[in-house]
Design a protein around this ligand. Structure first.
Ligand code: NAD
Length: 255
């Protein structure tokens, strides 16, 4: 059977943990050469070695680091076919607007939104030149729904990622570059575990709203990213790709 990403080069930010790590492994299984951009030097080299890929230390808020990441993919493996712009944070200081200070607001915007702008800006010229490419930006279900348990900067940043992805998808459609926003529901990763460790009540409140009654596993998001990355999604661009266990479709959930 043909592997779905055979011969493709995929850049994945935040590839050392959670959704990003599961996607590194999944893409490699499907034949991709994977380039991981992350801050986590301790894990990065080991993961890259395991999948026969490349780790590049990269702070996604730095234009220099991001440009160097995509240049490394091109120089090492010859192309930039897939960009999974996925690194993101959800720190406890980002809370209700009433309690979130400007520094916390700005930090989250930088890591979650400015980073996606930088990664798309770096990836697009390679893909336009090739006449082909798939960009997947990780937004969230909170980009399309309001949460009473607020993380105001996080939600706003993901709304920005969704809008930016849609516009880029439209702008570059005729140049062969597809841009989609992956909108996960809650996924069982360190990011979510950290958030809910301090507040079990918040975790319980979230579960009530998920028809499936459970959080997603990282591999379920990796499979969704794989679909968007490969040619099976060839007529999809500028989409809001919700993989949320039914949250966005629910008025009430079964108990
Ligand atoms: P995670 O915390 O498990 O992993 C995030 C990775 O990003 C880590 O390896 C970390 O080192 C890296 N990272 C953080 N800041 C960085 C920076 N400045 N530069 C480079 N790398 C950096 O997170 P996750 O749960 O896998 O989340 C991945 C993405 O999915 C994020 O954008 C997140 O907002 C989004 N998301 C997560 C959930 C969820 O419930 N976990 C739901 C919806 C969307």
């Amino acid at each position: 059977m043909t592997r779905r990403l055979e011969g493709r080069v995929a850049v994945i930010t935040g590839g050392c943990s959670g959704i990003g790590l599961a996607t590194v492994e999944r893409f490699a299984e499907e034949g991709a050469r994977v380039v991981i951009g992350d801050l986590d030097d301790a894990r990065g080299d080991e993961i890259a070695q395991r999948v026969d890929g490349l780790f590049v230390h990269c702070d996604v808020t730095s234009k220099g680091d991001v440009d160097a990441l995509f240049a490394a993919a091109k120089n090492t493996f010859g192309s930039v076919d897939v960009a999974f712009n996925n690194a993101g944070i959800s720190p406890p200081e980002d809370d209700s607007i009433l309690d979130t200070d400007l520094d916390a607001w700005r930090r989250v915007q930088e890591v979650n939104l400015t980073s996606v702008y930088l990664c798309c800006k770096a990836a697009l010229p390679y893909m336009i030149e090739q006449g082909k490419g798939s960009i997947i930006n990780t937004a969230s279900f909170v980009a399309v729904m309001g949460a009473a348990t607020s993380q105001i900067s996080y939600s706003a940043s993901k709304g920005g990622v969704l809008s930016m992805s849609r516009e880029l998808g439209v702008q570059f459609a005729r140049q062969g570059v597809r841009v989609n926003a992956l909108c996960p529901g809650p996924v069982n990763t360190p990011l979510l575990q950290e958030l809910f460790a301090k507040d079990e009540e918040a975790a319980r409140r979230r579960l009530v709203h998920i028809p499936m009654g459970r959080f997603a596993e990282p591999r379920e998001m990796a499979n969704a990213a794989l679909f968007l990355a490969c040619d099976e999604s060839s007529f999809m661009t500028a989409s809001t790709f919700l993989v949320d266990g039914g949250i966005s479709g629910a008025y009430v959930t079964p108990v």
